[in-house]
Every structure is written in C-alpha cells, then in structure tokens.
Design a protein around this ligand. Structure first.
Ligand code: ZN
Length: 421
C-alpha cells in the first residue's frame, strides 16, 4: 500500500517540475539537489560504486556491456543476471522486486530490476507526462508492445485506467477484433504496428496515440497521423527507463525530472546521452552511455516546460554505417542514409538499407515501386557516398517488405561482420 502511494506523489511531482513557467535555472536547481542526494545516499550502496566519489563528473562512464557482465555489482540486492533470467521463465518477481528484459536477442538483451516503490513512481511519472489532462474520465489504454515484464500491471491498480495488452508476437489479424471492441482511448505501440493498423484501416478513434519501443521514422508519421486523425506522440523508453515523452504541443521533451543527461557529440549535430537515473535506488545507472542518437532542439517549446526538447531521435549508434574512403574510415548516421533514399523520389514510402560488408550495401525496395523511383533511390545513395569520398557497392533489390513482429524494425541497419574502424 505504501509503495502505491508513490504513483500519485510522483504524478504530482512530475507535473510540478515540468510545469510551464518554471525557469530552466530554477528547474536545474531542483535537479542538482536531487542528484546530489542520490550520489551521497543511493549510489554508494551498490558494490560497483562503493568507493566512488559523490561527484557525478568524477564517476566512470558505464555501458550496457559492463552492466550485463557485472549485473550484481550494480544493484543493491546483489541480484545476478542469471537470477533475473531464471525468474523471467516463471514470472517477473524476485521476492518483492520486479524484473524485466528487453526484447533484444539474448546476446544484447538488457535486464532490469526495480522495487515496488520505483515501479509506482515510474507509473505516476509516465501518466503525468502522457495523459494528465485525460484522467478526469476513465481511459481505456491499449498497449501493443512486446512484453518483457509485468511493469505495466501496476497501472491496472489505478481506478481511472483500464489497461489491456495485446500479444504483438502474433500478427494484427490475431488481435484486430479484440482491439476494435475494446475501443481504446489511448494507444501505445511500436511505429511499425501503428502503421500496419493505419494501412489496414482499423476502426479505431483514440484520443491519443503514442509510438514507443522503436525509433520513429519520419516516413511513418504522416501515414499514422492521417489514419487516426491525431498527432502522433512518442514515448522514449528502454530497458534502462523512461527518457522522454512528447508534450501537448507536439515536441519530445527529455524526462530530466528523473534522469540527468550529459551529451557526447558524434558530429553532424548529433549527440549520444550519458544518463544518470537519480530516482532509482535498487539498480544504479550512473553516467550510463545510451546507444541512441539524438538531435537536441535549441529552441524552448511553446508549452513552457523547462525540460530540454529533442528535435528527433534519429536511430542508434549500432545502426551507423562504417565505410572507407580515400581519407580513411567514416561513420554515416541512419538519418543521413534514410534522407538520401526517401528524398530521391516522393513515391518511396518504405525501404531497407543494410551495410552487409566493409564495402557492401544492400538497398531493398517494395516490389511495386516503379523502377525509375528505385534507380533514383540508388542514385541518391551513390551521390551521398561520392560526396563523402566513400567506396561501396550498392546492390538494389525489389521484393516484399512485410511486417515482421518478431524483431525491431530498422530501415537502416549495420550488419557487416567486420569493417568498423
Ligand atoms: Zn513542449
């Protein structure tokens, strides 16, 4: 019962800290205080940081490989990654703690462990950011995400919410009728699932639609927005936590009320975040390097919140291409590759570009795309490589690009066995 109180407290706290009119300077004072307390009290309680200085800038940077190799060192209960995996076979609890996993392949699967209090705090925060203004009435929320945990179940203990999960490991035909009967007011799904619902003309009339779990490609946004008649919001979250939500003015804001962000520049105006989750105490993520590539928005948002706005999440570092040219190796980010393809011809509404070898790129296009559009796309990619002095052979193929519910959709993907500088 006490744990549950964290939801309304966190809800109000999140609203308070992201409220319009709170200046950035005042907000940062709040954040610094919370961060300082966490560094003194919570961080040293896990073995990995037992002797660490209580200053953020003096802590080492950590990443997923480190966390997964030494999982027990980063949580206060000494729970190992194997214990989490074993627990996930029969549920999602270890004692009073909730555990979960990302849906990635076992090689790079992420795991987490959180307490009941933290679970409800997360819930309060996400509700405050996504639907605070809707909660005057009971909402029917449809979650169409791969389920690695019972994390969301806590939401069904909130009176104003009726939550229903749909098994997206099966294709849309398996759950279409049930979803339409449920008639959700809020829908949360991966962009590829939203797009499939849009193209299949599902009979739905949600008040709010959020994309989550995968990078939202600008190609999918207009299709989804037109079908649902609503602006498409984003929930930026991962196994590591909740990192951002789109505001009512349509801009994505970082969840700086619970996460401290530092940024590492990777060129082309893009950054990767180092996150410190200063409201989590069971598992410590401090200066944890995320794999995401963000373009920060220098302009404040008209919604008035002090939280940093993000123009776009352009993809993941893993998906960057690594090609060689006369001036040595170069990295190409997914947004640059995507733009080279889609800006070549307006008829291109879907594609895949994969680096398959140190100097080999595959471009796959829908079977029904007119050949001149396909050639324009290949020319667009070739021009990009030429402009940067890079060498690669581009193989163009046409075929079906079906909805694959078993893996994350990445239109731009790096799959070369070697070649990274
Ligand atoms: Zn805003």
């Amino acid at each position: 019962m006490i744990a549950r109180l964290n939801a309304p407290i966190s809800f109000l706290f999140t609203r308070y800290l992201s409220r319009p009119g709170l200046t950035r300077a005042r907000f940062l004072q709040h954040q610094e205080r919370a961060l300082g307390k966490w560094l003194h009290r919570a961080v040293p309680k896990v073995p990995a940081f037992a002797d660490a200085p209580a200053h953020l800038s003096m802590l080492p940077v950590m990443d997923k490989a480190q966390l997964m190799a030494n999982f027990a060192q980063y949580n206060s209960q000494g729970i190992t990654a194997d214990q989490v995996r074993r627990a996930l076979k029969s549920g999602d609890q270890i004692g009073a703690l909730t555990v979960g996993a990302s849906t990635g392949t076992s090689g790079n699967q992420g795991l987490f462990v959180i307490s009941d209090a933290e679970r409800f705090r997360w819930l309060g925060s996400i509700l405050a950011k996504t639907m605070a203004d809707l909660l005057w009435h009971k909402q029917r929320v449809a979650i169409l995400l791969p389920r690695g945990t019972g994390l969301y179940d806590s939401a069904n203990q909130i009176q104003r919410l009726q939550l229903r999960f749909f098994d997206v490991t099966r294709g849309p035909d398996a759950w279409r009728a049930e979803l339409e009967t449920f008639d959700p007011t809020v829908i949360v799904a991966a962009p590829k699932v939203l797009r499939a619902m849009a193209e299949e003309k599902f009979s739905l009339r949600p008040l709010r639609v959020f994309s989550a779990a995968e990078t939202l490609d600008p190609l999918d946004r207009p299709v989804i927005e037109a079908a649902f008649g609503r602006g498409l919001g984003q929930i930026y979250m991962a196994t590591e936590g909740l990192f951002g939500v789109t505001c009512r003015h349509g801009r994505l804001h970082l969840a700086e009320d619970s996460v401290h962000f530092e940024f590492e520049s990777v060129g082309d105006g893009l950054v990767t975040p180092l996150i410190s989750s200063f409201r989590r105490e069971t598992q410590i993520l401090a200066r944890y390097r995320m794999n995401d590539l963000l373009r920060l928005d220098p302009e404040p948002c008209s919604c008035g919140t002090p939280l940093q706005a993000v123009t776009e999440i352009v993809g993941r570092m893993d998906d960057c291409f690594h090609l060689h040219g006369a001036s040595g190796p170069q990295m190409l980010t997914p947004d640059v590759l995507r733009n080279a393809v889609v800006m070549a011809d307006h008829r291109i509404t879907d594609f895949r570009v994969v680096q398959t070898g140190p100097a080999a790129v595959e471009l796959a296009l829908p079977a029904d795309l007119p050949p001149d559009a396909g050639l324009a796309a290949r020319h667009g990619l070739q021009s990009l490589l030429d402009a940067r002095g890079l060498h690669a052979k581009i193989a163009l193929t046409y075929g079906p690009l079906p909805l694959d519910v078993s893996r994350k959709l990445r239109r731009v993907e790096y799959r070369a066995p070697s070649g990274k500088p």
